[in-house]
Design a protein around this ligand. Sequence first.
Ligand code: HSE
Length: 438
Amino acid sequence: MNPVNVGLLGLGTVGGGTVNVLQRNAAEITRRAGRGIRVTHAAARNLAAPRICSTDGIRLTTDPFEVVRDPDVQIVAELIGGYEPARELVLEAIAHGKHVVTANKALIALHGNEIFAAAREQGVVVAFEAAVAGGIPIIKALREGLAANQIDWVAGIINGTGNFILTEMRDKGRDFADVLAEAQELGYAEADPTFDVEGIDAAHKLTILASIAFGIPLQFDRAYTEGITRITRDDVAYAEELGYRIKHLGVARRNGAGIELRVHPTLIPERRLLANVDGVMNAVLVMADAVGPTLYYGAGAGAEPTASSVVADLVEVTRALTSDPENRVPHLAFQPDAMADLPILPMEAIQSAYYLRLLAKDRPGTLADVTRILAERGISIEAILQKEPAESATDVPVIILTHCVREGEMDSAIASIEALDSIIAPVNRIRVETLDAR
Ligand code: HSE
């Protein structure tokens, strides 16, 4: 059988990695797919730029529309990232009857509903394994491997750059900006690194995971996103003293009233495997009713780990070229006419335990006032740490760990605590996830 022709949009880190993996493993890939898969046409912004791959035998252009309209191309791999022109290119490829493979989480999280509808109409596949957690086959696992289960929650470290920064800060006391610069050099960080450190990249990925886990439409605009820039070394140290690690976590949970969809720094008990996922590695923990917890771990970024997912999708789409469009795995795991109408909950309706760091005047009654405010709202305390005041200071850091409570109650408690005369700085609140069966 003739090889399948792939048109590549982007010849950077992921594009270059994809060409290399396709070339190096050509024989194994052909054995799996039933026919060869080769890149015949590729678009790059700068044709003279240095490359990590050979472009021998590939027609090169600076115009990506030439690739998506090429009648000889059967699958378009969109590896340029960003919202536009990626959206326009993917829709144009679909309109030309091409199947699409993309590593673009921003595109799927924001425009996936539109793109999948267009793909269904044309009878083509849009595959996006590489969009979430790089080389970890989490889309396939959730969509197919766990298809027997009701998924209760998904919690993941799904931004390698953020995890790398938090790990280096904790282990080596390195400076935030210095670690970020290294992550950029290594090709982990987004073009705009605020996407990494402010949690936007993780929220893109979480939005996709939640849709596939619960069978709900993609709703990135409803995701709560909080970054890691306000985490201090003191927080990291106090958390450790209490037996926790701070991770930037994406959590999607069914909680009875609806779906929690949130990305924020989170204390995790240090004995949990997820708390020990360090450096640029990603991991996703899934709690499902039949199988229980399953954990997926691996490289979340980088040329060949991401190419591993892109090429797996190319193999899957190659097999699908001859399959009946009605009998393919649905893009979002559930049949399009069976999507659930579960609301994404506002943050005041989520349930979480909390770490609170207060700066208090060291005088009698302060702690009594704070604990009274918590008790009045039914917030139960799990642990309290009071630290020595810094030299010649009269203010003391107080760290409180609470049990699980509705966030609205915690918001009200924090407002009352901050209004006390004896509390001299805004309360630093970090959510806590025990990651047990709840
Ligand atoms: N910037 C992303 C990360 C790349 O650091 O995880 C992979 O999506």
